[in-house]
Write a protein that binds this ligand. Structure first.
Ligand code: PAF
Length: 281
C-alpha cells in the first residue's frame, strides 16, 4: 500500500510537519532525478525509522563554475511518484533562497580530508556539500541520515563533520547500486549516448581488474593504480582524471595495501564525469 506523501517547500512548512512526527526520523538528502541507488536509501530508511524524510535540492554551492548546475537533470513529478512508492512520508524541496538567504556567509568546512581525490579536482565542492548537509541536518533534525557508498569521499567527510560538530545523528552508508553490466547508478548516466554508455563500464572493469590483482595477493598500491590506468587507457572514448588506491579512513595514497583500502577513480566519458569505487577489506 502506498502512503500519502507530504510536500514542504519553506522552512516553516518543514518545521511544522517535523514537529508532528513521533519517533525516529530517517533523512535521505538528494539532488533529485532519483534512480535505484536513491530508492535503496529510502527503502533502508523505511526499514529502520518510523518516519522518512527526503530532501530534494540541487545545491548550487557544490558545483564549480565549469560544472553542470544549469543542465543538472530534474523531474520532480517523477521523483515524487518514486518516493511515494518507496514509502517516504515527507519530501522537502527548498528553493535556493530558503537554503541561502540574502547575505549568506556562513560555511562549514572539513579541512584535510577534502583536499585529495574529488576535492583536488573540484575546489570548493565539499565546502558546498558540508554546508548544505549541516543545514539539512539542522532543519530536519533526523535520527539517522542515509548516504550512498558511491560518493565514498563525501560519506567520509560527512562522518567527520558529524563527529567534529557533535551532530546527534547516525550516518548510514548504503552499498552502490549497479546496472547489470556493472555501471554504478548515477543521475549523470542520462548524459551518455549509446556508444558512451557501453564505454562507461570501463570504471567497473578497471576497479574489478585491480580487485582481482589484490585477491591474488597484489599489495603494491602503485601497481594497483597502474592496472586501473591501463584498463582505462585502452578505451579511446574514456579520459582518466584520477585513479587512487588510498587508506579508507585518511584517504591518503598508499604505497602498500595493509588495511581497509579505497580504490576510486574519476573518468570523463565525453563531457560526462563519472566516479566509482571499490572497498578492499
Ligand atoms: O550526494 C548528493 O546528492 C549531494 O551531494 C547531497 C548529499 C544531497 C548534498 O547536496
Amino acid at each position: 500500500m502506498t502512503r500519502q506523501i507530504m510536500l514542504s517547500t519553506t522552512l516553516h512548512e518543514l518545521r511544522s510537519a517535523r514537529l508532528l512526527l513521533d519517533g525516529t526520523v530517517g533523512l535521505v538528502p538528494t539532488m533529485g532525478f532519483l534512480h535505484a541507488g536513491h530508492i535503496s536509501l529510502v527503502r533502508r530508511a523505511r526499514e529502520e525509522c518510523q518516519n522518512v524524510i527526503v530532501s530534494i535540492f540541487v545545491n548550487p554551492t557544490q558545483f564549480g563554475p565549469n560544472e553542470d548546475l544549469s543542465k543538472y537533470p530534474r523531474d520532480l513529478d517523477r521523483d515524487l511518484h518514486l518516493l511515494e512508492e518507496a514509502g517516504a512520508d515527507l519530501v522537502w524541496t527548498p528553493t535556493p533562497e530558503v537554503v541561502y538567504p540574502p547575505g549568506f556567509q556562513t560555511w562549514v568546512e572539513v579541512q584535510e580530508m577534502t583536499r585529495p581525490l574529488e576535492g583536488a579536482q573540484r575546489p570548493g565542492h565539499f565546502r558546498g556539500v558540508t554546508t548544505v548537509v549541516a543545514k539539512l541536518f539542522n532543519a530536519v533534525q533526523p535520527t539517522k541520515a542515509y548516504f550512498g557508498q558511491k560518493d565514498a569521499q563525501q560519506t567520509a567527510v560527512i562522518q567527520r563533520m558529524v563527529r567534529d560538530l557533535n551532530f546527534p545523528i547516525e550516518i548510514v552508508v548504503c552499498p552502490i547500486v549497479r546496472e547489470p553490466d556493472g555501471l554504478a547508478m548515477s543521475s549523470r548516466n542520462v548524459y551518455l549516448d549509446t556508444e558512451q554508455r557501453k564505454v562507461a563500464t570501463v570504471l567497473y572493469r578497471a576497479l574489478s581488474a585491480a580487485k582481482e590483482e589484490f585477491e591474488k595477493g597484489g599489495r603494491d598500491a602503485e601497481k594497483l593504480r597502474r592496472t586501473m590506468q591501463e584498463v582505462i587507457a585502452r578505451e579511446p572514448l574514456a579520459q582518466m582524471q584520477y585513479v587512487s588506491c588510498a587508506d579508507y579512513d585518511t584517504l591518503r595514497e598508499l604505497d602498500k595495501v595493509t588495511g581497509k583500502t579505497l580504490l576510486s577513480m574519476a573518468v570523463f566519458i565525453g563531457k560526462t564525469r563519472l566516479i566509482d569505487n571499490f572497498v578492499l577489506e
